[in-house]
Write a protein that binds this ligand. Structure first.
Ligand SMILES: [Zn+2]
Length: 75
């Protein structure tokens, strides 16, 4: 299953390039619903799943991380 990382912002903030990211979540590619169940903005910033575990994707949603790990045997 292909995944990507999508940003969550503070409530009321519209995603812009310089908007501070509240939390990064893992989603399936093409979906705006995170693996933890949170709905994310379609315009939110995304990163490839490879950024998971690196400083670029911090802070990262703990629930999404746990779910993602479960789907990635060998990681
Ligand atoms: Zn999440």
């Amino acid at each position: 299953m292909e995944h990507e990382i999508r940003a969550e912002y503070e409530e009321g903030l519209l995603p812009h390039e310089d908007t501070p990211v509240k939390l990064w979540h893992m989603t399936r590619i093409g979906s705006t619903t995170a693996m933890c169940g949170r709905d994310l903005a379609p315009a939110a910033a995304t990163q490839t799943a490879e950024a998971w575990g690196t400083p670029k994707a911090e802070p990262f949603c703990f629930l999404c991380g746990a779910q993602y790990l479960r789907e990635q045997p060998g990681h």
